[in-house]
Design a protein around this ligand. Structure first.
Ligand SMILES: Cc1ncc(COP(=O)(O)OP(=O)(O)O)c(N)n1
Ligand SMILES: Cc1nc(C(=O)O)sc1CCOP(=O)(O)O
Ligand SMILES: [Mg+2]
Length: 536
């Protein structure tokens, strides 16, 4: 099953951090005006750090005004491209656009079936398939016959992991209409019943929220909503191809699918915002690489209610603030550890007691809060937000799953700071909409301390997220030690949190001093300068 979190296997070191390029194949038609089709696919795929290979299904003659011809290649020509690429450049993800004939649909479907089955049997990674069902060009011209669409529903859809139709294409494939203002659940249900792993219905031609373009993703179990301001532009040639290829390129580099959806939507928004007229008709989407301005990123939510509630949450009062740079941030499980850290000059720290039945929980939190006050430190309580409020802690740290159950308004009313865990751009935006005091970005490296359902994010993604939210206090966590901490700080992140680097250190106090120095902790830096001065 395609979940919002999976990319079907190990991480690919793409996106600038490693040498391995994720290979994405684009199967589709050539657009000689280069606004859409294979030409747009390649620009999106390569511009986002993956390597694009192409399999041409048809040579179209088109410009910004009309499609004058669609000339399908023969099945032999199509087959020869698939075979030669597979022998040498196997794909991580296959993005499919225009399949021009019934025979092409049947051939590609059978080929995908065999590829998937053989990969599974031989223990190789099974390539994922993204299908953007090209039926009507942005000029309004039909690109394929009805019989081709019938063949798609019958033969191709069972091999598709992500389908990215617009409202018209979704209606054509599902055989039922979508209505403005009504959620497309029945259409999605029908498409899932036809065998696709998950569906992203794009909101470009379909209105769910006034003035906003709302894209809706579902795999039947969970949903993701992405909303962006509807842009008033006549220039959107290649919108569908660019979005689907951007998703494929990002997904192929090991990002969770939900994160690929967010970044690709940002990619499209910035490309549409910058698109200009070239011919007499719709100008092409601009290809500008990774979005670096958060204004281009969508508002997100796991339900429509959450998305629209964020309208009210975005504008009003944020949670009580904390400094952009929090210094070294140890996370420990006992008051004894807190006392040791405070004595060593640590100013930001967390009590993380994971056993909810712990008999002396209240006493431990009360003692921790008292110590925090005594040392004028920023003490966060993990999970136990009611006790944190009651006992007057400086702040609370919550995970994503707590956001549904904790009384965030009560935490805010009580004046406590709030930190929220995130594990990718989707969770980061979702949490940022609540305007917390800080956001934690994890896990950066593999960690032994906690079983993580997500993959390590690495330094490239950390830097990417820091660049997108320059004004929010951000804390990196997960697998950070004295060797890696400087590289973490070099991404521009405000602070880093550690567990085992301190609790498993041979001499905790010298490790604390080392880490405090790397974190730019003012007390530690002053102390180092004093010692250095004394030595002069
Ligand atoms: C600074 C910081 N970042 C992340 C976490 C993880 O919190 P959470 O997701 O709530 O998971 P648990 O710690 O409760 O297992 C954290 N505690 N601190
Ligand atoms: C508690 C925790 N939360 C994480 C997250 O990513 O949300 S990583 C993590 C464990 C961090 O421990 P260490 O420094 O020993 O790797
Ligand atoms: Mg927690």
């Amino acid at each position: 099953m395609i979940t919002p979190y999976t990319c079907g296997g190990e991480l690919v070191a793409g996106g600038g951090e490693g040498q391995v390029s994720a290979i994405v194949w684009a199967i589709g038609g050539s657009d000689c005006s280069a606004g859409a089709g294979i030409q747009a696919d390649l620009q999106a795929i390569n511009g986002l750090g993956a390597h694009g290979c192409t399999v041409i299904t048809a040579v179209t003659a088109q410009n910004s005004v009309a499609v004058s011809q669609v000339n399908p290649v023969s099945d032999l020509v199509l087959q020869s491209q698939l075979d030669v690429l597979l022998a040498d450049l196997p794909p991580r993800i296959i993005k499919i656009g225009l399949l021009a004939t019934v025979s092409q649909v049947v051939m590609v479907s059978q080929w995908l079936q065999q590829l998937k089955q053989t990969s599974e049997q031989t223990g190789h990674r099974v390539p994922l398939v993204v299908y953007d069902p090209v039926a009507v060009a942005s000029s309004g011209d039909n690109l394929v016959a009805e019989s081709t669409l019938t063949a798609v529903t019958k033969h191709l859809l069972p091999w598709i992991d992500l389908l990215t139709p617009n409202a018209m294409e979704a209606a054509l494939l599902a055989g039922m209409a979508l209505q403005d203002g009504v959620l497309p659940e029945p259409v999605i249900k029908q498409l899932l019943a036809l065998g696709v792993g998950s569906v992203l219905i794009k909101g470009g031609h379909y209105q769910l929220l006034a003035d906003h373009c709302l894209d809706y993703w579902s795999n039947g179990d969970s949903q993701r909503y992405l909303s962006a301001p509807r842009l008033d532009t006549a220039h959107g040639h290649g919108t569908g191809c660019s979005l689907a290829s951007a998703i494929a390129a990002i997904w192929a580099q090991g990002y969770a699918l939900e994160d690929a959806l967010v970044f690709a939507r940002g990619y499209l928004q910035q490309g549409l915002a910058a698109a200009v007229s070239l011919g007499a008709g719709a100008g092409p989407v601009k290809h500008l690489g990774w979005p670096t301005d958060s204004v281009m990123l969508p508002r997100v939510g796991a339900s429509l209610a959450e998305l629209t509630a964020s309208d009210e949450l975005v504008s009003p009062v944020p949670f009580a603030p904390c400094p952009q740079r929090l210094g070294l941030y140890p996370v420990v499980d006992s008051v004894a550890w807190l006392a040791r850290l405070l004595a060593a000059g640590v100013k930001t720290l967390q009590l993380r007691i994971k056993d909810p039945q712990s008999p002396d929980l209240r006493q431990q939190i009360a003692a921790a809060v008292a110590l925090g006050h005594q040392y004028q430190a920023r003490l966060f309580i993990n999970d136990h937000w009611q006790l944190a409020i009651e006992l007057g802690a400086y702040g609370v740290h919550l995970g994503q799953e707590d956001l549904q159950t904790a009384d965030l308004a009560a935490i805010k009313r009580a004046g406590l700071r709030l930190g929220i865990s995130t594990h990718g751009i989707y969770e980061l935006l979702r949490a940022a909409q609540l305007r917390p005091s800080y956001l934690a970005l994890g896990h950066i490296f593999a960690t032994q301390t906690k079983q993580m359902p997500s993959q390590p994010q690495g330094l490239f993604r950390l830097a990417q997220q820091v660049q997108l939210l320059p004004n929010t206090p951000l804390v990196a966590i997960g697998g950070i030690d004295a060797e890696r901490a400087s590289a973490v700080m070099n991404t521009g992140v405000g602070s880093f949190a550690v567990v085992s680097a301190i609790t498993k250190a041979t001499v905790a106090e010298s490790m604390i001093a080392k880490l405090q120095h790397i974190a730019g902790d003012p007390v530690a830096v002053a102390e180092t300068n004093r010692v250095a001065g004394a030595c002069l």
